[in-house]
Design a protein around this ligand. Structure first.
Ligand code: GLC
Length: 563
């Protein structure tokens, strides 16, 4: 399994070592609690439902589970509007259910990562009520960003900043005496006022929240909007970024300000008091890659989602560049790269990759919009995942992608719940299409999501044949492909492997030689060209994202091979 290779290679990344901590090459599965499994049958998933289905994840072969927020919340932004960071919303269960879920996961050898939402609270958080009552200039208001409006009567917002969900980023309040008063900042929905991270109460409170969940046994945190906590204190004017939700322009006075890093250094120190090791992963929509890498310097986050990879179209040249570029940027700070293709904020990659690749994907798709090519999308999604899981570092997998689920692209407008849909007056369909409840069993109520058939978002017809029971044990199914990839990834230590680019297979072919710390070599080849290609002599295919044809690797297929 070692020796000369019949092709030229270019080193991209050095191998890790057997003693590396678990998170450097972990595959972490994102559960969106509203939509995974619903034990009480009210149509919204819950913690007991999740606990009852964890065996699916152990069998899949992931290392950890990240749970999107399940805290007390009026659910204006599906739980990312938190009214109490240290309690469970009755919709999802109780703290006892959370403890039972953590214990069950640990029994199965799965770690648990919870979501932390520090950029804003819900407007129903007690602090916001106190701020409204206490009035201008009070310490209570200082926990948020309250400002006087512009113009003679203060009726103009303090800046021209736009909310990520559409409309102004400022809302005016009525003062306790009944007069129109100050404005508060919300980079998202008006029900999500931004916290002021220069305020000591805010800093102290989040330290308590971290300890609260760490003491309950969680293994880490995914940190929401990690690039947004600090705002330029001069509040300069700033135009609307063109790209919609979370679009990052490096000069925005509310994104990626240098001041965020000291917050994470403080948290990292706090985490270090705990054993075994606990981790944090940054949701930081920051580019270019070297700017994003600042979040994973050794005294800050352990991981940061590689959104540049997620944003890259299925085209060989940009893919090749982003893979090499992100490994170089994270290596420069000694961090692993954390690959990701889907989450609860973007079009599912089985649909995104079935759209024209020379345009930005939309934020949600409706029945009147251009529909993705489902077969092409799935084929490319399987290839893209096979490529991703063959690369060194960590990876996140979003619930349902192991079934090849497409986006729900024909949801009726009445069913939509994402605030982006209403705030943009329907101009953006929003993120509901990737948040539809999981199909477990064909023919069962709500496809096995619960026993009652209730579902907070309707499931598309196509989900029945993709249900877990339809794919379990079926050779060639997407579920079996994921199981095989995850098992082989572990066996061949691909997450800790060194990586070299293999040259000479063609401009539109991505080929890498992964060399594990023990010398095991795996060739990863993805064919993005329109023609079938021959694999190098002496290779033995271990897994293929789709069937090979007469020994050749067809278009939009990725293989791992022994060499
Ligand atoms: C993050 C979440 C997204 C949420 C937003 C506001 O981007 O992933 O779902 O709407 O933050 O909290």
């Amino acid at each position: 399994m070692t020796g000369a290779t019949p092709f030229a290679t270019r080193e991209l990344h050095a191998p890790g070592s057997a003693g590396d901590p678990w998170w450097r090459d972990a595959v972490i599965y994102q559960v969106y609690p509203r939509s995974w499994a619903d034990a009480d049958g009210d149509g919204i998933g819950d913690l007991r439902g999740i606990a009852s289905r964890l065996a699916h994840l152990a069998a899949l072969g992931v290392d950890a589970v990240w749970l999107s927020p399940f805290y007390t919340s009026p659910q204006r932004d599906a739980g990312y509007d938190v009214a109490d960071h240290r309690d469970v919303d009755p919709l999802f269960g109780s703290l006892t259910d959370a403890d039972a879920l953590i214990a069950r996961a640990h029994e199965l050898g799965l770690r648990i990562i919870v979501d932390l939402v520090p950029n804003h609270t819900s407007s129903e958080h007690p602090w916001f009520g106190e701020a409204l009552t206490a009035g201008p200039g009070s310490p209570e208001r200082d926990r948020y960003h309250f400002r006087d409006g512009l113009g003679e009567d203060g009726s103009e917002p303090p800046t021209n900043w736009q909310s990520n969900f559409g409309g102004a980023a400022w809302t005016r309040v009525t003062e306790p005496d009944g007069r129109p008063g100050q404005w508060y900042l919300h980079l998202f929905d008006p029900s999500q006022p931004d916290l002021n991270w220069q305020n000591c109460d805010v800093r102290a409170d989040f330290r308590s929240t971290l300890r609260f969940w760490l003491d309950r046994g969680v293994d880490g945190f995914r940190v929401d909007v990690a690039h947004g906590l600090v705002k330029d204190p001069t509040f300069p004017p700033f135009g609307t970024p063109p790209g919609g939700l979370l679009e990052v322009t490096s000069d925005a006075p509310f994104w990626d300000q240098d001041g965020v890093h000291e917050i994470y250094r403080d948290w990292r120190e706090l985490l270090q008091e705990y054993s075994p090791e606990r981790i944090m992963c940054a949701e930081a929509w920051v580019s270019p890659a070297d700017r994003a890498a600042r979040y994973v310097r050794e005294d800050e986050f352990h991981q940061a989602f590689n959104f540049e990879f997620l944003d890259t179209p299925w085209l060989a040249e940009p893919m090749r560049d982003v893979i090499a570029g992100s490994l170089a940027a994270s290596d420069a700070v000694g961090a692993p790269t954390t690959w990701v293709l889907s989450n609860h904020d973007v079009l599912r990659h089985a649909s995104r990759l079935g759209l024209p690749q020379d345009e930005e994907p939309p934020n949600g798709i409706g029945p009147e919009d251009l529909q993705p090519d489902a077969a092409l999308g799935l084929r490319r999604a399987r290839a893209a995942t096979t490529l991703m899981l063959g690369l060194p570092g960590g990876a996140y997998v979003y619930q349902g992608e192991e079934l090849g689920l497409p986006e729900h692209t024909t949801l009726p407008d009445e069913a939509r719940a994402d605030p982006t849909f209403t705030r943009t007056r329907g101009a953006e369909k929003g993120r509901d299409g990737c948040r539809v409840p999981m199909p477990w069993t064909k023919g069962a109520p709500a496809l096995g999501f619960n026993d009652t058939g209730a579902a907070w978002l309707p499931q598309p017809d196509s989900y029945a044949d993709l249900a877990v029971d339809q794919q379990d044990g079926v050779p060639g199914s997407t579920l079996e492909l994921y199981r095989q990839l995850l098992a082989l990834r572990r066996e061949r230590d691909l997450g800790r492997a060194g990586l070299a680019e293999v040259e000479g297979l063609g401009d539109e072919v991505l080929a890498y030689l992964a060399t594990a710390p023990d010398g095991t070599r795996t060739l990863v080849v993805a064919n993005l060209s329109p023609e079938s290609i021959e694999l190098p002599a002496g290779t033995r295919v271990l897994v293929a994202s789709d069937e090979l044809v007469e020994g050749g690797l067809p278009t939009d297929t990725c293989v791992w091979a022994e060499i």
